[in-house]
Design a protein around this ligand. Sequence first.
Ligand code: FEO
Length: 202
Amino acid sequence: MESPGISFPGFFLSLWTGKAVFLKKIFKNMLPKKVETALNAQIEIEAESSQFYLAMASWAECNGLPGVAEFLYAHSDEERMHMLKLVKYVNERGGHAVIPALSQPPKTFKDLHFVFEKLLQHEILVSAEINKVVDVCLREKDYSTHNFMQWYVSEQIEEEALARTIMDKLRMIGNDKGGMYLFDRDIQTLTANTAGGPANKA
Ligand code: FEO
C-alpha cells in the first residue's frame, strides 16, 4: 500500500526548493533596490558611452584618421566592458541587470577637436553619474557595492586625465595638417598623466 502524503524524493525536492527560495531571498536582500536601480542606470550610461565612441570611431575611419579610429574602437570596447562588469555584478548579487535600448549617436562630427571635446565632456558627465551611484551605496549602507564602485571611480580619473592630455595635444597642433598626421599616427602612445595610466589598467 502507498504511504499517504509526500513521497521520499518529493520530500527532498520540497526541502531543496524551500532552501533555494530561502537562499534567493537572502541573496536578493544583499542588493538594495535603490542600488540595483542606480546600477541599472549606470549600465545604460556605459552602453551609451560605448555606442557614442563607436560612432566617433566610424566617423574617424571614414575621414582618413585610422589611428584615431583604432583608439576610439578600443575605447568603445572598454566602455562595453565597463557595462558588462556591472551587468555581471548586479546578477551575481541577486538583482536583475536590464539591458537597455540605445539611442542613435551622431553620424558626423565637425572635426577632431570637436570629437575629443565631446569625449571629455562625456567622461566628466560619467564621473558625476558614478559619484551618484557611490552616494546611493552609502545612503543604503551597501558597502560591498561601494567597494565595487571604487574601481569605476579610479577608472574615471584616468579616463578624464587621458581626454585632457589629448585635448592639450590638439590645442598645440591647432589646424596644422602635418601635426594632425603625426597625432593620428601617435595617438596609441598617448597616456594619461596619472600614476595608473591606461598602460597600467587591470
Ligand atoms: Fe566607463 Fe568612461 O565611462
